[in-house]
Design a protein around this ligand. Structure first.
Ligand SMILES: Cc1cc2nc3c(=O)[nH]c(=O)nc-3n(C[C@H](O)[C@H](O)[C@H](O)COP(=O)(O)O)c2cc1C
Ligand code: SF4
Length: 419
């Protein structure tokens, strides 16, 4: 407990992913093996793909790339698909402002990602794997090359794994955009169906998993699905990585079990806000909806955040304090999505451009009516894109209008008088 009576639980003991190490250097093979690394792969190779899928089913693991899709459902689709040539892709193409966890994980614990990639390939029948990064990830790339070199030399990899770097854009992290990038095509999302599990890379069944998801798989293979399911809450199992930025005393990447709270994260791990400021609201991830500061003690879980209209997303937490200009922040977010949408789908282009246009009018004090216009745009655009960026842009922008209703009304000013 801290002085205010809040429970402090920074990391589960021991941490599942962010192993306590004295050095900040990338973890090499010897260190990783010393803490049981690649034991899970050896067990899975002995017991077989069905055993591994059973463990992951029992673990309740959901994808950590943002959408929280049950990992086993995706794996089963690829495992059941016909064909002797299949692919597995580790998605480390992280380019969401405020999120640094994949970059951190690949750079500091590359073997955990490589082992998870090998395991996921084993479970789904893959014949080749890719570790997908983006071009500006020099540190993670160097670590990944080191880890793959060591694992290859030690004869640990059941199939070849290559590194591919896509362009440094947000949409290049979308799974089918990543597949296009690996194929040498522009990194833009594909229309679905078909889903990658049916026809992905080069038209073959492909599984795409986030790098954090895969590092969890390595832990599960070593410790069992039941051990993983014992951590967390009813519907949200295991731990989650979070990124805290410069607003807190101790910015960084932290690991917490589901069921911990944003107060524990911000105060216990991050040391609280700088300059003694207070949390007014948080944005759990750039593509989630704002969460009012009154909910800081709600246990973080899919089932608790969903009724509040939001989700943990990829854990890159933005904090709104009493000094934040929330209209400017919302405009900054809208401009990010406008800039990053890939231009393929007219409703996405229109929605993101209009959000920016309307928010600029609010800033310029052009009067009410903005909320109805933006809600109408979001409703019209829903599910009309080839990827979910269209919904991602709407979540923070529309939720800001209700979370900070007074700020927006004040900025927009009164209705202009008829001339
Ligand atoms: C615009 C956009 C960007 C995305 N960026 C990433 C990313 O950087 N990393 C990632 O793992 N998933 C990203 N995703 C989600 C992926 O499409 C995919 O769902 C994920 O890699 C699947 O892994 P998981 O099931 O382990 O979460 C993005 C999705 C969208 C729509
Ligand atoms: S929804 Fe937006 S980002 Fe996604 S493919 Fe269409 S235009 Fe591109």
């Amino acid at each position: 407990m801290d002085g205010d009576g809040h429970r402090i639980r920074c990391v589960p003991s021991p941490a599942l992913l962010l192993a306590n190490r004295s050095s900040d250097e990338p973890e090499g093979l010897a260190d990783y093996r010393a803490r049981g690394g690649y034991d899970g792969l050896a067990i899975a190779q002995e017991k077989g793909p069905a055993w591994l899928r059973d463990q992951v089913a029992a673990s309740g693991l959901r994808g950590r790339g943002g959408a929280a899709f049950p990992t086993i459902r995706k794996w089963q689709l690829a495992a059941d698909a016909a064909g002797t040539e299949k692919y597995i892709v580790a998605n480390g193409g992280e380019h969401e402002p405020g999120s640094n966890k994949d970059r951190y994980l690949v750079e500091h614990h590359p073997h955990a990602v490589v082992e998870g990639l090998a395991l996921a390939g084993l479970a789904t029948g893959a014949t080749k794997g890719y570790l997908y990064l983006i071009e500006d990830m020099r540190g993670p790339r160097a670590s990944a090359e080191m880890a793959l070199g060591e694992a290859n030399e030690a004869g640990l990899l059941p199939f070849p794994i290559a590194i591919h770097c896509g362009p440094t854009t947000y949409v290049a992290g979308e799974e089918t955009a990543a597949l296009n990038a690996i194929e040498g095509e522009p990194a833009k999302p594909r229309k679905k169906p078909p889903f990658p599990g049916e026809a992905g890379l080069f038209g073959k069944p492909t599984t795409v998993n986030n790098t954090e998801t895969l590092a969890h798989v390595a832990w599960i293979a070593r410790n069992s699905g039941a051990a993983f399911a014992a951590i967390g809450t009813e519907d949200s199992k295991g731990t989650l990585l979070f990124t805290l930025g410069d607003q807190v005393e101790k910015p960084g990447v932290y690991e917490l079990p589901f069921g911990a709270t944003y107060r524990e994260l911000i105060e216990g791990c991050g040391g609280g806000l700088k300059h003694g400021r207070t949390v007014r609201a948080i944005l759990p991830a750039m593509s989630a909806a704002f969460l009012d500061g009154a909910h800081l003690d709600v246990p973080i879980a899919y089932e608790t955040l969903q009724p509040l209209g939001t989700s943990p997303g990829c854990g890159g937490v933005r904090i709104v304090d009493e000094t934040t200009d929330v209209v400017a922040l919302t405009l900054e977010i809208a401009e990010f999505f406008m800039k990053e949408q890939c231009g393929k789908c007219p409703p996405c282009r229109m929605e993101t451009n209009q959000f920016v246009h309307i928010l600029k009018a609010v800033q310029a004090g052009k009067g009410p009516g903005y909320d109805a216009k933006m809600s109408k745009l979001a409703t019209f655009s829903r599910k009309k894109g080839d990827c979910s960026l269209i919904e991602m842009a709407a979540a923070p922008v529309i939720s800001a209008l209700s979370c900070f209703a007074d700020d927006f009304a004040k900025a927009a000013g009164p209705a202009p008088k008829d001339s």
